[in-house]
Design a protein around this ligand. Structure first.
Ligand code: SF4
Ligand code: SF4
Length: 271
């Protein structure tokens, strides 16, 4: 499954980089922004009120957002670990960070020492994850008020800045935003997704209901905890019979790490 996921990630990241290169070469005026589902969410209010789109947003953004809602209901936040190019870049950087900076630990399958992700202390983490909801509310509100229906968020958006290489309306400090996000991903897996991403926040309630979810076979599970250590989103997998956590992306890293093969498997509503 990891190989298949890597291929899918590579294709979406490659397509986004190809779009960037075509833009830099002047072959197209399209940017990654044209394919951003979060733009569809931002577009909904002006569309409902005025029947028009804010700034560069189009019906494609809305269609992608609606598709993402459907995908989240089907398969939780699989968009984040299978499709999102910023998620892919963060994941690869995070793996490097884990190898160099991770906490040494013994796995459940025979005591081999390996490196696992470091975590933010649970209490701080509980508060920090709420920042995403503030970002989710702030961006549309600022877009319709302070920014006068312009996409003023561009200069703070690591996805837009990185994959347009400092495109329209970015600022001198914008690259520092990207450097900060990627550096954070080195020390904390998916730091942007976990604490700041407004699209991830919008998906939370849908993801919790998502039908395709991991099921843990309690008869073969030995409670070794290898799955908990492997999850880049700090989900306590071994405490679930079926993983309904809103931040599960169906990346299957926990199943890869499980020494009892077949104990963690994808299921439809836990059946
Ligand atoms: S619980 Fe498993 S599938 Fe879900 S995010 Fe964590 S490692 Fe990935
Ligand atoms: S599901 Fe697998 S990795 Fe997780 S505690 Fe059980 S045996 Fe260990």
């Amino acid at each position: 499954m990891r190989a298949l996921r890597s291929v899918v990630q590579f294709l979406f990241l490659g397509g986004t980089v190809a779009l960037l290169l075509r833009g830099l070469a002047g072959v197209t005026t399209n940017t990654c922004e044209s394919y951003c589902p979060f733009g569809g969410l931002v577009a909904i209010f002006p569309l409902a009120k005025h029947g028009g789109y804010a700034c560069a947003l189009t019906e494609l953004n809305v269609a992608l957002f609606v598709s993402l809602v459907g995908l989240a209901l089907l398969s939780k936040k699989s968009f984040c670990s299978w499709i999102c190019p910023l998620g892919t870049v963060q994941e690869w950087i995070g793996r490097g960070g884990r190898k160099l900076f991770g906490r040494a630990c013994r796995d459940g399958g025979g005591g081999t020492a390996k490196r696992v992700y470091r975590r933010v202390p649970r209490k701080a983490d509980r508060w920090l994850v709420l920042v995403r909801y503030a970002v989710l509310i702030a961006i549309p509100v600022l877009t319709y008020t302070v920014w006068q229906y312009d996409l003023g968020f561009r200069k703070y958006d690591p996805f837009y800045i990185l994959f347009t290489w400092g495109g329209h309306e970015t600022a001198a400090f914008s690259f520092y935003v990207v450097i900060g996000v990627l550096a954070a991903a080195f020390f904390l897996p998916f730091a942007w997704c976990r604490y700041l991403c407004p699209l991830g926040a919008a998906m939370d309630p849908l993801s919790r209901a998502g039908g395709l979810r991991l099921r843990r076979n309690t008869e073969t599970c030995t409670d070794c905890g290898a799955c908990d250590a492997a999850c880049p989103h700090a989900i306590p997998v071994s405490s679930y019979n079926e993983v309904t956590a809103h931040n599960c992306t169906n990346c299957m890293e926990c199943a890869e790490a499980c020494p009892e093969k077949g104990t963690l498997e994808l299921s439809w509503f836990g059946k």
